[in-house]
Design a protein around this ligand. Sequence first.
Ligand SMILES: [Ca+2]
Ligand SMILES: [Ca+2]
Ligand SMILES: [Ca+2]
Length: 191
Amino acid sequence: MKKILSLITVTIVLGISSSHAVTIYEEDFSDALGGWSTNYTGAGIFGIDGGAMAWLGKNVDQNPTQSSGTWFSPLINIAGFTDIKIFVDVWTKNDREFETNDYLSVGYDLDSNGITNITTFFGAIPDQTVMSSSLSGTSLKVAIEIFNTGTNEFTYFDNVKVTGTPVPDTSTTFSLLGLAIFGLAFYRNRK
Ligand SMILES: [Ca+2]
Ligand SMILES: [Ca+2]
Ligand SMILES: [Ca+2]
């Protein structure tokens, strides 16, 4: 009896503690836009830079309203996961060309509640990976806003990744528990 109870405990504990972070979404822009979209309507350069295989914003203010552009990932389903984290590589090329009003913001739209900012860089950006805090919800869009003003100002992002930890499946846990109780009854009947 004691042995079986401890077996049940071990099974449940193992089932819960085996949860670890997995990749839910990943985009490296190596072939196409991957379903990304933008609200940008200006005459500057935006989209995939074939040489860098990354998303590029250049001369973004070349449009009548002198405004930035925001790029959105496809809707990512994060239901059934906890501890959601977003990772994005960002950098600039021709760093000396940048002024302090040029910027890049990394953010997200969680459950269609509007954009929450993770971080904003002004001027040139040393190569780095932006990471969000831990999030939870049911759907997510990564949102990246870029503003710059010159034909030699290249602002990039790439390698967008979303990770999360699967929520333990309670139905599986209860099935295992049921099976264990059934086994216990069988064991006791045999005695
Ligand atoms: Ca890439
Ligand atoms: Ca400049
Ligand atoms: Ca500028």
